[in-house]
Design a protein around this ligand. Structure first.
Ligand code: HEM
Length: 452
């Protein structure tokens, strides 16, 4: 049957400058999408990273994109990220290869595996909290990045990187190349990132080979993946394992760094919510051990964390390539173009969230459950077959960090800093969140409550 979608009009919008399109405005202007949404509506065209792109905003658009994966759309990475992530990474794999690999990797994120990660998460969180207590004043974003990187290294590849600043530096260099033009000239961010990738892969290979000599050591993702077999009974090759681990290390800490920094910022700005979250910890018992059971009781903290991730989603959206011309809202979505779904605008939709610009964890209470009014209204972790693989790992780490912080510490924003949120590379306050940090002084009446 003839595809009549070609005859439909293209969405409104502007392609911007030749070659560059609107890429610079997209990267620099935090209101890029909302300005165009006001002008053109929920579907508009632009040109980003050298490709004609259609922005598709809102829950209906999310549903359309996520449910058409591999039919009308396929994952799209800009050229620099594609090369730096590697062709054997889950995030660049497509179709049945992606399906099979995802099934295999998901073994490391099952509830039993997650429960075994809990003690290390608690231990590393406590180490960092004590370190920050000694510092007294700190810029939290880079510190939280060290923390999440330590947790990722320990639980993904079984390595303690506490003293290995070189590994962390290489990682940063590699990350800096992800959103750049892929120019392989000496001194460019991309060339530096490529070199860093080679060194990181060599280091990861060393770790894998050591572990192959002593396969039973350690309860971590690498241990599980070395034993995991796909449907044909084959293990992952070393080459593939290296790309997969590099991806997990990246996905597993940059996003969490953003999420935890936002938690610290939003609770400092909303003292009544901080007090309510602390009250819940008091009732559960601040001295008690953190176990899967105690964590389950923290239902208000669940709401707070969910609201943090709605209010400042770490990932702004995702790109897909159009592999077959299709129709959305009466517009043609042409083959060969890119589309992008948007997390931030979805989470600011007034028809779903009451006063979306207000930080209000109660919107996720059982009674209100605002996100349940329409499917794909809450897309912090994406959706469909490419939904975040590490979602439960992320939620667990956030909850442990938040509970320990609430129980034992106080923090206050240093005046005069820029708290505006920049989305590059992922959402975080411009000045990195400077705070005064100290152990919590419990008031006598609080001590009484915690004893009950
Ligand atoms: C708050 C923390 C996190 C957020 C907000 C987040 C967000 C996302 C989003 C939005 C996607 C989908 C991207 C798309 O549609 O193109 C995604 C995919 C993914 N995430 Fe996460 N993520 C988080 C933490 C983690 C962690 C801790 C890990 C691993 C340890 C992880 C591993 C992955 C992987 C492997 C994918 C690709 C899945 C696939 O393509 O099948 N993420 N994440």
């Amino acid at each position: 049957m003839k595809n009549t979608n070609h005859q439909l009009p293209l969405p409104p919008g502007n392609f911007g400058l030749p070659f560059l399109g609107e890429t610079i405005a997209f990267l620099r202007d935090p209101d890029f999408v909302t300005k165009r949404q006001k002008k053109y509506g929920n579907v508009f065209k632009t040109n980003l990273f050298g490709l004609p792109t259609i922005m598709m905003l809102g829950a209906d658009a999310n549903r359309f994109i996520f449910s058409q994966e591999n039919q009308n759309f396929v994952i799209k990475w800009i050229d620099s990220a594609l090369v730096l992530l590697g062709s054997a990474s889950l995030v660049t794999q497509t179709g049945t290869t992606h399906q099979k690999r995802r099934k295999l990797l998901s073994q490391a994120f099952q509830p039993r595996a997650l429960a075994s990660y809990l003690p290390s998460m608690v231990e590393i969180s406590n180490l960092y909290l004590q370190r920050w207590e000694k510092m007294g004043q700190l810029t939290w974003y880079p510190e939280i990045r060290n923390y999440t990187f330590d947790v990722a290294c320990k639980l993904l590849v079984g390595t303690d990187v506490n003293n290995d600043t070189h590994f962390a530096e290489l990682f940063e260099e590699w990350c800096n190349g992800l959103l750049t033009l892929p120019i392989r000239l000496p001194g460019t961010k991309f060339s530096k990132a490529l070199k860093a990738r080679e060194k990181l892969l060599a280091k990861i290979e060393d770790i894998i080979r050591q572990r192959q000599q002593q396969p039973s050591s350690g309860q971590d993702v690498l241990g599980l993946l070395l034993n995991a077999k796909d449907e044909d009974g084959s293990n992952l090759s070393i080459e593939e394992l290296k790309d997969q681990l590099l991806t997990l290390l990246f996905a597993g800490h940059e996003t969490l760094t953003s999420a935890l920094t936002s938690f610290c910022l939003l609770l400092a700005q909303n003292p009544e919510i901080l007090a309510a979250a602390r009250e819940e910890q008091e009732q559960i018992g601040c001295e008690g051990e953190l176990t899967s059971e105690t964590l389950q009781k923290m239902t208000y903290l669940d709401q707070v964390l969910k609201e943090v991730l709605r209010f400042i989603p770490p990932v702004g959206g995702g790109f897909r390539s159009v592999i077959q011309t299709c129709e959305f809202n009466g517009y043609s979505i042409p083959q060969g173009w890119s589309v992008m779904y948007q997390v931030v605008t979805t989470h600011q939709d007034q028809s779903i969230y009451k006063n979306p610009e207000t930080f209000d964890p109660q919107r996720f209470s059982v009674d209100r459950a605002e996100d349940k009014s329409k499917p794909f209204s809450y897309v912090t972790f994406g959706g469909g077959v490419r939904e975040c693989l590490g979602k439960e790992f992320a939620k667990l780490e956030m909850k442990i960090f938040a509970a320990l912080l609430l129980r034992g510490y106080e923090w206050e924003l240093v005046p005069g800093q820029n708290l505006d949120i920049t989305m590059i590379p992922l959402a975080h306050p411009c000045d990195g969140l400077k705070v005064y940090f100290r152990p919590r002084v419990q008031l006598p009446n609080e001590l009484e409550t915690s004893r009950i």
